[in-house]
Design a protein around this ligand. Structure first.
Ligand code: GLN
Ligand code: ZN
Length: 765
């Protein structure tokens, strides 16, 4: 009989109980035993929910005290030496030490989980001596069984994925590491089998990336070893986020089931299964409910897809499941009280997805009037949103249709613009600027809160913001910065601020998802056609400009960043959404220019995040991402200087795309990516204005003039001095005023030294 299954359930709880428990423990408000008790309550509650909904294969061990990759490392005793760990059970203090750092030892690095916004802790293998410290999946399995009578499905990160995500070893040592880890994994599996476990889900998301022959051999070795050591245990080898590469090799592995993503890898996986068939002795985990999107599924379409699959796999061997763990979506729509009914009815968060999975499973088992009605109901709800005014803004749709076929070019090429801009602005050599935001003091946050609660009138709030601008315009002039900013005091978040002012966006009350550790984000929802409804930033920018003779940069968040940090509709292409955003932002750029703002920065820190996992899809993404930026910025006069900013991602393999954005100036972070970026300019020339961040804004430490001078010298070895700008790494909103002023003073001093040294025109002021 067809079964229903889930790959993982969100940890955070409908009210972020999980986050609150962790943070209470960290701040000493909760004892360790209380933390264990609270987390157990949350964990069991999640299991109960899945049980009540009727999920057959309920995941266990998907829960975590922080992150599942960290759990895997700790389970195998892989703890960096600096935490003074000497073997055996890993204490909670060490576990959280690795995740968050201690006073004596730095935290392990954290990085993005494939192309999601979840971040995992990178295991450091180095000189670790792996041992099995505790069989976590077994503990989770026994708990579910004893407390709730649930026959759970333990979830484990597979060895190949674990090794590929780890660092601290040389590629030539991969096989030695596999030899060390295999007996430990085997022991875990053996103990699970002895306890009566039926199915284990082993996650190997790396199988959607390109593997070389050596890796394919390793894969074979690993799963052959498992099959011979634990012949009675059913292993479901789980992949997600894309279609698998090497389909034929994967289906030949000696496992009992294979999980494929039929949402994000639909085309490729369907093609593989139709061309090569699916082995008659294996179970197919059909990931058809989107574990990353927030929309209701068209159950009718999903049934059609399941129909195609059941022509290749018998219904006994079919498992209907989510495409990936539900970790990436919020918990439930049930508590959303402020969304328009049309929108709320078209949403499905984790709990609603459980229902969808169960409905589809039942629909395969039998035709039942109740199920048919539910399928029809879903169709009607989706249709209602589809035919709403929000999704049918004719003016936008027409504008996008024509913009799509145009070449978004500036009126003149950079070399000519550069001359015209120099003539207009008369900037000194190495102009100095900042990235946009200044410290959001408690005072600023308090005023915003009061205004939101109507305790401050609009007029009082604007006057408060104007005071902040006044004071920071003065500070910037005193320090001697050349290109000023207004400071972004009116913004909490660079995406939310614009989302609240554009049509097509909605904001949930409880739509939180885990980003890393206890940190959760609540992304805006782009549910309709995006449209410009009125000026968003002109007032503050114009005011700031009225207070100084120096240029003030207008400050916008770019289309791709807004898109990548939101939940977006899935009825149209992301490319179209990006163009809608770009077109709306272009109207703001034009409004700023009309108001006399001659420098406009369009931030794109998240441009890299949307990069597809498959190499053959990356160029297309970068093409339209660049085009969206150009649509936003191409209509200004040649003397209007377009800036952009990027940070905290790997740029070195996308310098060409960055250059193609054709921004007159880019400010780019370098301290985290260390020398890599500078190195990449040795190989690629960059022919537009560029400022490499000369100090890391993530620490309250005030960097010395000398440190910054060194950074400048190093950059000028590979970049053209005539095009070089000097700025911090990123926005300064998380910093305090005192350290910000001190750091910027040092930055301007380092600039003066550089100007003298590079035989500059005299310094302004
Ligand atoms: N302009 C924004 C700021 O300064 C940029 C933030 C970012 O890069 N994430 O805050
Ligand atoms: Zn930044």
């Amino acid at each position: 009989m067809t079964k229903s299954s889930v790959l993982g359930y969100p940890r955070i709880g409908a009210d972020r109980e999980w986050k609150k428990a962790l943070e209470a423990f960290w701040s000493g408000k909760l004892e360790e035993n209380e933390l264990h008790a609270r987390l157990q309550e949350i964990r069991l509650d999640h299991l109960r929910k899945q049980q009540a909904k009727g999920i057959d294969l309920i995941p266990v061990n998907d829960f975590s005290y922080y992150d599942h990759i960290l759990d895997t490392a700790v389970m195998f005793g892989i703890v960096p030496k600096r935490f003074a760990y000497t073997g055996g059970a890993v204490p909670l203090s060490v576990y959280y030490g690795i995740a968050r750092g201690t006073k004596d030892a730095a935290a392990s690095e954290m990085t993005k989980w494939f192309n999601t916004n979840y971040h995992y802790i990178v295991p450091e293998l180095n000189d670790a001596s792996p041992e099995l410290t505790e069989n976590k999946p077994l503990i989770a399995y026994l708990e579910a069984k004893e407390k709730l009578g649930i026959e759970g499905k333990p979830v484990i990160v597979g060895p190949l994925t674990f090794l590929k995500l780890s660092k601290g070893y040389d590629a030539s040592e991969t096989d030695a590491w596999i030899d060390q880890l295999l007996p430990l994994y085997t022991q875990v599996l053996q103990e699970l089998a002895d306890a009566g476990v039926q199915w284990v889900q082993i996650d190997e998301p790396v199988l959607v990336t390109k593997l070389n022959d050596a890796d394919l051999q390793r894969l074979n070795k690993i799963y052959t070893a498992f099959a011979s050591a634990v012949p009675g245990l059913n292993i479901l080898l789980q992949t997600y986020f894309e279609s698998v590469e090497n389909y034929n090799e994967i289906i030949s592995l000696p496992v009992q089931g294979i999980g494929l993503d039929f949402v994000h890898g639909l085309e490729g996986n369907l093609q593989s299964i139709q061309t090569s068939g699916f082995p008659a002795d294996k179970v197919l985990g059909a990931g058809i409910i989107d574990g990353r999107g927030i929309w209701k599924a068209s159950l009718q379409d999903k049934l059609t897809l399941l129909g195609t699959l059941t022509s290749l796999v018998t219904t006994e061997r079919l498992v209907v499941q989510s495409s990936c763990s539900l970790l990436h979506v919020p918990v439930t729509t049930a508590r959303e009280a402020k969304l328009a009914a049309e929108l709320k009815d078209a949403l499905a968060f984790a709990d609603e997805k459980l229902d969808e999975i169960v409905i589809l499973t039942k629909a395969i088992r039998s035709t039942d009037a109740d199920i048919t009605a539910k399928i029809k109901d879903a169709e009607q709800k989706l249709q209602a949103l589809q035919s709403s005014g929000d999704r049918n803004r004719k003016a936008v749709q027409e504008a996008i249709a024509s913009i799509r076929v145009q070449e978004p070019n500036r009126s003149r090429a950079f070399a000519e613009r550069h001359v015209a801009q120099q003539q207009k602005w008369q900037l000194p050599l190495f102009p100095t600027t900042t990235i946009g935001s200044f410290p959001q003091s408690t005072e600023v946050r308090k005023a915003r809160q009061q205004w939101r609660k109507n305790e401050l009138s609009n007029e009082q709030y604007s006057s408060f913001i104007r005071d902040q601008i006044d004071s920071w315009i003065n500070i910037q002039e005193e320090i001697g910065i050349d290109v000023l900013v207004h400071g972004e005091f009116e913004r909490t978040d660079m995406v939310e601020f614009f989302g609240e002012k554009l049509a097509g966006f909605a904001f949930t009350q409880y739509g939180w998802v885990q980003s890393y550790g206890s940190r959760c984000v609540k992304p805006p929802v782009i549910f309709g056609d995006v449209e410009f409804v009125g000026e968003m930033t002109v007032e503050e920018t114009k005011y700031a400009q009225s207070k100084t003779d120096r240029p003030v940069k207008g400050m916008l968040t770019g289309p791709i960043t807004i898109m990548n940090w939101s939940f977006v509709r899935d009825d149209i292409e992301r490319e179209t959404i990006a163009y809608q955003l770009a077109y709306a932002l272009r109207q703001e750029v034009e409004a700023l220019e009309k108001a006399g703002i001659g420098m406009i920065q369009v931030d794109e820190p998240a441009v890299r995040e949307g990069l597809p996992l498959k190499e053959n899809k990356q160029a297309n993404y970068l093409d339209w991402a660049v085009k969206a930026f150009r649509i936003t910025t191409c209509t200004v006069q040649e003397t209007t200087q377009i800036h952009t900013h990027m940070c905290y991602c790997e740029f070195h393999d996308m310098i060409d795309s960055i250059e193609a954005m054709d921004a007159d100036v880019i400010s780019i972070e370098t301290s985290r990516s260390h020398g890599e970026l500078i190195h990449s300019f040795e190989e690629n020339t960059y022919e537009l204005g560029i400022g490499l961040g000369v100090y890391d804004i993530h620490s309250p430490r005030v960097p010395s003039v000398e440190e910054m001078s060194n950074m400048i010298d190093r950059a000028l070895r590979v970049l053209d001095p005539k095009l070089f700008w000097i700025n911090p790494d990123c926005g300064l909103k998380t910093r305090g005023q005192e350290e910000t002023v001190a750091s910027l003073k040092n930055m301007v001093d380092a600039t003066r030294i550089a100007r003298a040294k590079y035989n500059a025109t005299p310094v302004l002021s």
